[in-house]
Design a protein around this ligand. Structure first.
Ligand code: LLP
Length: 386
């Protein structure tokens, strides 16, 4: 819920901008960590979802580590004060420099996605006189029932090592002295709302880890990745995801062996609902068949609708007049710069403030300067509601 006081404060700010409700973030973290601590699970925040320093600092202070997918994310995590022993690093294309930097930083785990990558990490670790901790990111071939662009665990996806390559990996381990296999990693997709998918994942994890256990390879860590979805349709009814149900499913279905540690990499579920993109109406264009609300925020500020046909709640913050149907679009010269069609909104006029809700994850981090537009700044409830 965006409070009337917050809306009043928005009037003074140059739009568009990202607004973060840090109290909601705190409440989300409290709920999340109550479950992880109950089960003794470890969590690493997926920095790709949001890299804003104020947002990430609260997450770090709540005790989460960082899940990174590039060398620069690893550097940022170190700069933000995450303990390197809580940093995990995945990615199908880690460059030489990125590997060397992460080795220097002494991260907890390289989550390796191919056989050649393991060899290269071993070579660099050897030349630096180190032993790299690695986990195998396994492609479990599971349908996450989500948008195809954010599905990662199917065999046709580029991510992870497929079970048919296990023999090669096993042979390789016998020869490599500068890597230590310390875990298995799974991440099957994002915005997963059918929780049964996580049950299937647990069953598959058990099947797959047996292959290693049968060969006397101890698996100290199981990383279940991220992926839990949020309610984009009704953020005010469900501001905090159903962590209880999620962790109940995992704890009931994941077989954890003595001495094993379980890890998670939540992104969207932690930060999605605390962020909104606040924008102003530039024009209302009345066509023959449609009425267009033209915002001063575009797909360069929030690309999810254009890229994944994603729906973000659209809320006119300053009008409560009779409701009409509009197409809500941005100013960028692309037809896909559209935030929603046939949207029921109070009668909207130039100057009204509009919120694009649930934009805390994969919003600001995916912004770009297309059309030479400025990058939207961030503002925080802690400052605006003082
Ligand atoms: N771990 C790994 C290895 C990942 O690749 C991701 C996300 C996560 C964890 C965090 O997943 P989450 O809990 O946020 O679902 N830009 C897209 C989402 C891409 C997700 C990429 N990987 C979107 O806007 O929907």
């Amino acid at each position: 819920m965006i409070s009337p006081k917050a809306i009043e404060s928005f009037q003074q700010i140059h739009t568009p901008f990202y607004y973060y409700d840090l109290d909601l973030l705190r409440a989300t973290l409290k709920e999340y960590t109550s479950h992880t601590s109950k089960h003794g699970y470890n969590a690493h925040f997926a920095l790709k979802a949001n890299a804003d320093e104020r947002v990430v600092s609260l997450i770090r202070d709540a005790g989460l580590g960082a899940d990174c997918v590039s060398g620069n994310e690893v550097k940022l995590a170190v700069k933000y004060g995450f303990d390197p022993k809580k940093i995990v690093y995945a990615g199908v294309g880690k460059s030489d420099r990125e590997i060397k930097d992460a080795l220097k930083a002494g991260i907890f785990s390289f989550n390796c996605e191919s056989v050649p990558e393991i060899k290269i990490i071993n070579d660099f670790a050897k030349s630096m006189g180190k032993v790299a901790n690695i986990s195998l990111r396994i492609n479990p071939d599971i349908d996450a029932h989500t948008h195809k662009y954010i599905s990662t665990g199917l065999k046709e996806n580029k991510f992870g090592i497929s079970p048919w390559a296990f023999e090669d990996v096993y042979e390789l381990f016998k020869t490599l002295k500068n890597i230590k296999l310390q875990g298995l990693h799974f991440h099957i997709g994002s915005q997963i709302t059918e929780l049964g998918v996580f049950k299937t994942m647990c069953t598959r994890i058990e099947e797959l880890q047996k292959w290693f256990i049968d060969r006397n390879i101890a698996i100290e860590n199981i990383n279940c990745g991220g992926g839990l979805g949020i309610d984009y349709n009704d953020p005010d009814a469900n501001p905090i995801p159903d962590f209880k149900n999620y962790f109940d499913i995992i704890s009931k279905n994941l077989i954890v062996r003595p001495g094993q540690h379980v890890h998670f990499e939540p992104g969207r579920a932690i930060v999605g609902q605390c962020g909104s993109l606040i924008t102003r109406v530039l024009y209302v264009k009345i066509g023959k068949e449609k009425k267009f609300v033209i915002l001063d925020a575009g797909m360069n500020d929030l690309i999810r609708p254009a890229l994944y046909q994603a729906h973000h709640g659209i809320q006119n913050l300053t009008s409560n007049k009779r409701k009409l149907i509009y197409d809500v679009v941005g100013p960028v010269c692309e037809s896909s710069d559209c935030f929603g069609s046939k949207i029921l909104l109070p009668t909207t006029e130039r100057g009204d403030l509009v919120a694009l809700r649930s934009a805390g994850a994969y919003g600001q981090v995916m912004a770009m300067k297309y059309n030479q537009r400025d990058l939207a700044k961030a503002y925080y409830s802690d400052d605006l509601l003082k």
